[in-house]
Design a protein around this ligand. Structure first.
Ligand code: HEC
Ligand SMILES: [Cu+2]
Length: 373
């Protein structure tokens, strides 16, 4: 496997699952308490269900009347029993009081992160997650790396619609809302990989809005983030197209296929040829050719790709809607270059079916990113 392959993000299929009958695996400090409340309420339900059914059956037998006895029914049965009514009011009241107290206690603990929490900024967008680590200047997509045994606070916002971040193994979930910040926190207790879901129906590919939380012991965490912080700086220009394929394409994959099939957005296959020749048509009927060439808006075709990534609403390709989110501030300059180079050299990176090639031959690849920025 190539150096880049080794850096590749964890595949979703490798996420650990397991856990008991009622609950997924538990791997955070708050999980036992939350599970405790669940089992407490559940066991109360079992108890009263069994009690009611037993009394029901007993009464059905004990007070069964034969048809011949129907005529002897009297109407002097008791209508009130004060001690009984007080009992069946007081006991449930006490129980819901205890449930409220347990629930409130857990809720308050969850709503305020410890002061020394490690902070991560989360951006949700249709249909992917981006995780930014301000301490390292690192941005991850589809994978969130966090330290073991240290509280982690997620500060979350959405760049389009309402989403919800949910990590079942940590028992934490909160809405992610456009135009404001919400947060949640957890402290992982077991190293490993845990699934992260969007838990708010957010459109067509909601079910693909997944990520993996990768919990690493502190020293490995530091090493991994340090490496991520430097990865694209250390990569030779020659390796940038493969870097983009392995590390960046997952942010585009939900809308742009590699096999020629159009999805929410046009397929990446053939995109560069179309761009180079200027044959792309926009919704207003104009053609890319109209804006290209010396003196034009896009002096070189590379600049159209850059513009599409940074200002996606600028020109809308015919037959598509303006649904692409901007990647301004989410991709570093060198990463945008890498993305442009990936599109330029796509033929060398994928096979005929559109599957990425393991060790692509990039010798002689065109790695110029265009003069004008
Ligand atoms: C939510 C869906 C979505 C995501 C995610 C997305 N795009 Fe797009 N993209 C679109 C749509 C829809 C269009 C066509 C409409 C338009 O021109 O804006 C488009 C257009 C483009 C175009 C111009 C295509 C052409 O035929 O001229 C480029 C280049 C592009 N996207 C690159 C990217 C890159 C690179 C990423 C990932 C970093 C990405 N997109 C992520 C939806 C998406
Ligand atoms: Cu969502």
């Amino acid at each position: 496997m190539s150096m880049l392959g080794m850096l590749a993000t964890t595949k979703l299929g490798e996420a650990t699952s397991g856990g008991g009958f009622w609950m997924p695996e538990s791997a955070s400090t708050v999980a036992p308490e939350i599970d405790g409340v669940f089992y407490f309420i559940n066991n109360i339900n079992y108890f009263f269900f069994a009690l009611c059914v037993a009394i029901l059956i007993w009464f059905a037998i004990r007070y069964h009347a034969k048809p011949s006895e129907h005529a002897t029914f009297t109407t002097d049965a008791p209508t009130h029993n004060t001690p009984l009514e007080l009992t069946w009011t007081a006991i449930p009241l006490l129980l819901v009081g205890v449930i409220f107290w347990l629930g409130m206690d857990g809720f308050l603990e969850l709503s305020e992160a410890p002061d020394d929490s490690y902070e991560v900024q989360v951006t949700a967008q249709k249909w992917s997650w981006t995780f930014q680590h301000p301490d390292f200047g690192v941005t991850e997509a589809a994978e969130l790396t966090v330290p073991l045994g240290r509280p982690v606070r997620l500060i979350m916002t959405s760049s389009d619609v309402l989403h919800s971040l949910f990590v079942p193994a940590f028992r934490v979930k909160n809405d992610v809302v456009p135009g404001r910040y919400t947060s949640l926190w957890f402290e992982a207790t077991k190293p490993g990989q845990y699934r992260l879901y969007c838990a708010e129906y957010c459109g067509k590919d909601h079910s693909k809005m997944l990520a993996v939380v990768n919990v690493l012991p502190e020293d490995e965490f530091q090493t991994r983030l340090g490496k991520l912080a430097r990865e694209y700086e250390d990569i030779a220009d020659q390796d940038l197209p493969e870097y983009a394929m392995v590390r960046l394409y997952n942010r585009c994959a939900s809308c742009h296929s590699l096999d020629g099939k159009s999805g929410t957005g046009p397929s990446f296959k053939g995109l560069w040829d179309r761009t180079k020749s200027g044959s792309t048509v926009f919704t207003d009927g104009s053609t890319l050719k109209d804006y290209m060439g010396p003196g034009g808006e896009f002096e070189v075709p590379e600049n159209y790709i850059r513009d599409s990534i940074l200002n996606p609403r600028h020109y809308i390709v015919q037959n598509y809607a303006a649904t692409m989110p901007t990647f301004k501030g989410q991709l570093k300059e060198r990463q945008i270059d890498a993305m442009v180079l990936m599109l330029k050299n796509l033929d060398r990176l994928i096979d005929e079916q559109g599957n990425p090639i393991e060790n692509p031959d990039l010798s002689g690849a065109d790695v110029s990113t265009g003069a004008q920025k």
